[in-house]
Design a protein around this ligand. Structure first.
Ligand SMILES: [Zn+2]
Ligand SMILES: [Zn+2]
Length: 205
């Protein structure tokens, strides 16, 4: 392994560095540039505590997913603050929080911003969500080619953002056509009226 100082690693944009010096637990291992923590220590910690949180802390049911992020309230006393709950108990907690004064105030704040935005998501947020869900749909159908890059993704997002109300972004060649299958790429997208898009189905027009 190459030996570099944390400063060098930071200037080079590296996520990890290696000095060759042992950590306080005696590991001679890579360290993270952001936190300067030993990688082995972090792994040991995760392994030790990930098993602890297999169960919901309020109803003691087994959790489907084991949460990975845990932390101490105070390091000296080793008090853990992270309390995983199952979905049902989580919902119950939110309901109880919303009744309290603090919860009510935060809900008012949320409602205000919701009303200010016209009772719906902002236009850009809607367009982004739409672009993302369509990308997911295309991925499932294997309609994104190997040369699909981040730039293509942004280009597609722009197309969705420029789409006015009452219009839809349509795949010129349908993703799941009868005879041909199109790709989810910028060249295959066009903006047409909602009526046309919905009446088109999987036909090639
Ligand atoms: Zn260590
Ligand atoms: Zn529970």
């Amino acid at each position: 392994m190459k030996r570099i100082s944390p400063k060098q690693a930071k200037s080079q944009g590296l996520a990890r560095y290696f000095t060759g010096k042992p950590c306080k637990n005696g590991h001679i291992y890579e360290r993270y540039t952001a936190s300067r923590k030993c990688r082995k220590c972090t792994h040991v910690k995760v392994k030790k505590f990930s098993g602890l949180f297999k169960f919901c802390t309020s109803c003691k049911k087994k959790l489907k997913k084991i949460p990975k992020n845990f932390r101490y309230k105070s390091k000296k006393q080793k008090v853990l603050t992270f309390r995983p709950v199952c979905r049902i108990c989580g919902r119950e907690q939110v309901r109880k929080y919303n009744i309290t004064l603090k919860g009510k105030l935060s809900k008012q704040k949320r409602d205000k911003s919701y009303v200010a935005s016209g009772g719906r998501k902002t236009k850009t947020a809607r367009a982004k969500a739409c672009a993302l869900s369509n990308l997911r749909r295309a991925r499932i159908m294997n309609a994104t080619p190997k040369w699909f890059t981040e730039e293509h993704k942004k280009e597609i997002q722009k197309i969705y953002m420029s789409c006015p109300k009452g219009y839809h972004v349509d795949h010129f060649i349908p993703l799941k056509g009868k005879n041909v299958c199109g790709l989810h790429v910028p060249n295959n997208l066009r903006i047409i009226t909602a009526y046309k898009n919905l009446s088109k189905g999987v036909k090639l027009i």
